[in-house]
Design a protein around this ligand. Structure first.
Ligand SMILES: *[C@@H]1O[C@H](CO)[C@@H](O)[C@H](O)[C@H]1NC(C)=O
Length: 182
């Protein structure tokens, strides 16, 4: 006798959408108003949400200072990873020697980008105006890398995509540190 009560399927029909609804509204899935506000001001909303939410500390960020620290650390780790990615390519015996001058230019561009993100992080509390300036300047390293690839006739979409990440992270850090000025 496997008779189910006639109301049981109806119960699941009702409860299942409710489970999905509460799941999607839970704090782990909804970006905070602080994060949403910042990302609406940034050049790329979807990238900004994805980048900030990639840090587990973001849901607990309570003000612009917390978010500034998070965004600058993202910039530092991302640009450091890109610098070593390009450096590995530069040192790889399989790399066409004609590409090396452009790659070398990118490495020094990334020395600048990493250095600027780090300076901005160090200045945040004492000197937010200079921190804001350095957050913006960090993107110049990626622009310089892109320029040197172009003038060296090097097409590398993996490096160009990473240059775009650096520019976007610089833009997000610029938006956030601008809020520390008033
Ligand atoms: C750099 O940022 C991009 C975009 O958020 C991400 O896809 C990538 O995993 C990051 N890399 C590192 C090493 O953080």
């Amino acid at each position: 006798m496997a008779m189910t009560h006639p109301l049981i399927p109806a119960f699941f029909l009702l409860i299942t959408p409710l489970l999905f609804l509460t799941h999607s509204l839970s704090p782990a899935h909804a970006a905070s108003e602080l994060v949403e506000g910042v990302c609406h001001e940034s050049q790329n909303y979807a990238f900004c949400i994805q980048a900030l939410e990639s840090d587990p500390k973001t849901p607990a960020a309570k003000d612009y200072m917390d978010l500034a620290v998070i965004s600058l650390n993202l910039g530092i780790s991302n640009a450091t990873d890109t610098r070593s990615y390009i450096n590995d390519m530069y040192e790889s015996p399989g790399t066409d020697p004609s590409k090396k001058p452009a790659l070398k230019g990118c490495i020094s561009g990334y020395d600048g980008a990493v250095g600027s993100f780090k300076s901005a992080l160090g200045e945040l509390k004492q000197d937010p105006l200079t921190a804001n300036y350095d957050a913006k300047v960090a993107g110049d390293g990626a622009v310089s890398c892109e320029d040197q690839l172009a003038s060296g006739g090097v097409k590398d979409s993996s490096i160009s995509a990473r240059n775009q990440f650096t520019l976007s992270l610089s833009n997000i850090a610029d938006v956030i540190t601008t809020h520390l000025l008033h």
